[in-house]
Design a protein around this ligand. Structure first.
Ligand code: BGC
Length: 735
């Protein structure tokens, strides 16, 4: 009874708190002039609005704030600067409405974690949540209230540079990561001074850019969109994300920033969220080149009508919204609803109660680069690394080797390991891979370094030096890949080979006949069939963040056993793209005995590395895959059991993956769909009994009538170490 009463009071207080945010927003709204309302919907960059560099506002922005003509800034950092601007808003403007400061804290504020695609490769949502929590601690201490993350765009095309910012190709895994990041940023209490508002982006479908070219047209069937692309946005919203960002792309002929289908129908009517929507940078202005608005005024009208609440940088709302209302071209109710959503977010953050709660310089100093946060960058990076190949157990290396050749521009780089979107990440904090190796092995081992070549260009003049140092050494460690600016926004590539002459360098080193390990540093899948064929050991390090060198060295020398798995398929050649594991079967699945089936005449259909793939220094054996029932009704759940044994000699972590296939549907279904996973740790010889539950919700999809349902019939269940190497069983759903 006591417990029940407690729950009752808690729910009442949560309810009244929610109500009070809305009521409080309404009471502020009632006092606002039209101009002040518009002001809340305007966001400027610290640099752009004032004509000076980011983070240094001048008179221009002060005046805007004083007049209540701006509600938010991005790219203004530090508790001092944000505090200075907040003071004007909270003390000198008529209604004293606090500003909200946003920044792209994507994988760290100052202390840089691995890029998001790498973090997702940990298949460890609680670790990813911890990363977001740490990022929030740091950013909030520096005056940041709001991060433009998580980026949850599903991407099936690695030519698209922004694949690095997301969690890969799978809607289930992507949803887990989206929710984890929202929980991490927002914590349990958004009004605490160390939590920040999350922003689920880029809503929606941005990753479907045709040809993988950034900003390009997206045209997906509604079924494909809802089944594969939409779930992570929904998961982020359900985890309580306080905001979303509209994407740049059009989808099905309508740019997101003018899409009533996305904003009104799905977000407001179906998902019923009061999260506010910010446009992407000038995405309202881009409605003009998209060809749906003749001028900025019309663009503003389309934006607000579709319920894009805040205009980032387009100047459209600032210049035209008030007039559109006065001229009767838009209903003031639309503006009121948008302002209300923005105010609610400010109330939720507790900014009306204390606008300066994020502005404590002492706290900022103590928090930034604190041990807890820096240690976490390493912990996360260690689980993000994926071992792609390890012939004859070349790895881990013996620390007592006499000499090592470390080759490659990236081995000594201290900026590239930060990856793109690294906020205030500082290359001086980065441990290079070379230094990491040097620190690990001690003075008795000789390290011979040579750059070999740059990342791009045709210059092979450094090859000889690299060959010479390689000849002098017991083992060669070559660090190759992409510079940090080769992935991220506006960084699409039409080829995915190792850039420049890096592969030629590897071919020369290979000829020497010494053991050779390749460390890849990159933000997307690369097409490296020659490497897979010839190089005995390949480690995918991604952009690991500030702890790069120590983490790579821990893996190379076996202090840590790698446990990352790919969340995106690696193609053999660009011509296979889009290539993803959860594809449809087609009417003519490939049959080598039948020419008239779906395949390439000049290439295998299979990927270089499949989704979910990643090796360990130990081995795992799967057995006893069983189900608790072979037949269930539509409203029943099913349990799946499997035994996983560590059959090697080292302790290791394994990601146990559960896939299903719905064999016959009213519409075609994928050949495999990830439905659950568990990361477990096993001592040598240890066996763990792993259990999964398949709930009815996990089997739903959009049927022939576009209803989200579960259909009866036969299902296959697959459990294994990646999406290809699996054990199989089956069950049936009966009416
Ligand atoms: C990007 C967003 C980012 C915004 C603000 C845009 O160019 O697409 O992801 O949040 O800039 O920096």
């Amino acid at each position: 009874m006591k417990k029940l009463l407690f729950i009752f009071f808690i729910s009442i207080s949560i309810f009244s708190q929610k109500k009070s945010f809305e009521q409080r927003a309404d009471s502020v709204l009632a006092l606002m002039t039209l101009e002040e309302k518009v002001g809340q919907l305007v966001q400027y960059s610290g640099g752009w609005a004032t004509g000076v560099e980011t983070g240094k506002p001048t008179e221009g922005s002060d005046e805007l704030i004083r007049k209540g003509k701006v509600g938010s800034f991005l790219n203004v950092v530090s508790s001092k600067l944000t505090g200075k601007m907040q003071k004007i808003a909270a003390e000198e403007s008529r209604l004293k409405i606090p500003l909200i400061f946003g920044l792209d804290v994507i994988h760290g504020y100052v202390s840089t974690f691995p890029v998001p695609l790498a973090e997702a490769s940990s298949w460890n949502p609680s670790l990813v949540e911890k990363s977001a929590r740490m990022q929030a601690l740091e950013a909030s201490s520096a005056g940041i209230h709001w991060t433009f993350n998580p980026m949850v765009d599903i991407a099936r095309d690695p030519r698209w540079g922004r694949i690095m910012e997301g969690s890969g190709e799978d809607p289930y895994l992507g949803s887990q990561m989206a929710a984890a990041r929202v929980r991490g940023y927002q914590g349990n209490d958004l009004s605490a001074n160390n939590t920040i508002l999350a922003c689920v982006k880029h809503y929606a479908g941005y990753g479907g850019a045709e040809g993988g070219r950034d900003y390009n047209t997206v045209d997906l069937s509604e079924r494909n969109f809802r089944d594969f692309y939409l779930p992570p946005y929904k998961a982020g919203v359900e985890a309580g994300a306080g905001s979303l960002m509209a994407s740049f792309n059009e989808i099905g002929g309508v740019p997101s920033s003018a899409s009533k289908f996305l904003m009104t129908q799905i977000l407001r009517n179906e998902w019923k969220t009061d999260a506010f929507v910010v446009s992407d940078w000038n995405s309202i202005g881009e409605l003009i080149p998209h060809g749906v608005a003749k001028d900025l005024k019309e663009a503003a009208k389309l934006g607000i009508e579709s319920t894009v609440d805040m205009d980032m940088e387009a100047n459209a709302y600032y210049s035209h919204l008030a007039n559109l209302v006065r001229e009767g071209k838009i209903d003031i109710k639309l503006v009121d609803a948008a302002v209300r959503r923005v105010l609610i977010a400010k109330f939720k953050l507790g900014l009306f109660d204390d606008p300066f709660k994020y502005c404590n310089e002492e706290r900022e100093q103590k928090t930034i680069k604190s041990k807890e946060i820096v240690d976490a960058t390493k912990e996360v990076a260690l689980e993000s690394i994926v071992l792609l190949k390890n012939e004859k157990n070349l790895l881990p290396l013996d620390k007592k080797l006499k000499s090592i050749a470390v080759v490659g521009y990236l081995a000594k780089s201290i900026s590239d390991p930060l990856g793109g979107w690294s906020a205030l990440g500082d290359s001086n904090d980065v441990v290079s891979i070379f230094d990491g190796i040097k620190n690990k092995i001690g003075k008795d081992v000789k390290i011979n370094y040579a750059k070999g070549c740059k990342i791009t260009g045709n210059d092979k003049s450094g090859f000889n030096e690299a060959i010479n140092v390689a000849k002098l050494s017991d083992v060669i460690i070559a660090v190759v890949g992409e510079t940090r600016n080769m992935s991220g926004e506006a960084s699409s590539r039409a080829t995915l080979d190792l850039p420049g002459v890096q592969e030629d360098l590897l071919k020369e080193l290979y000829k020497i006949g010494k053991p050779i390990v390749v460390i890849l540093m990159n933000g997307r899948p690369l097409t490296i069939p020659w490497l897979q064929e010839n190089i005995p050991a390949i480690v995918e390090a991604w952009y690991p963040g500030i702890s790069a060198g120590s983490v790579v060295a821990d893996i190379l020398f076996g202090d840590v056993n790698p446990s990352g798995k790919l969340t995106v398929t690696f193609p053999r050649y660009v011509g296979q793209i889009p290539i993803y594991y959860n594809h449809k079967n087609t009417g003519r699945p490939h049959d080598p005995k039948n020419h008239y089936t779906s395949y390439y005449m000049d290439l295998d259909n299979t990927p270089l590395y499949p989704f979910g793939f990643g090796l360990s220094y130990t081995t795992f054996e799967y057995s006893n895959l069983t189900l608790d029932k072979k037949e269930i009704k539509k409203n029943e759940s099913l349990k799946v059991f499997v035994d996983v044994k560590n059959t090697g000699t080292r302790e290791g972590k394994e990601v146990v993956q559960l896939y299903i296939r719905d064999l016959v549907g009213s519409v075609t279904r994928p050949v495999k769909e990830l439905k659950d996973f568990k990361k477990i740790s096993l001592k040598p010889g240890e066996t763990k009994h792993v259990e999964f539950t398949i709930t009815p919700d996990k089997l739903k999809f959009y049927d022939i009538n576009m209803d989200y349902v579960l259909e009866s019939g036969d299902f296959q269940v697959f459990v294994g170490t990646n999406s290809v190497d699996v054990k199989e069983t089956s069950f049936q759903i009966v009416e």
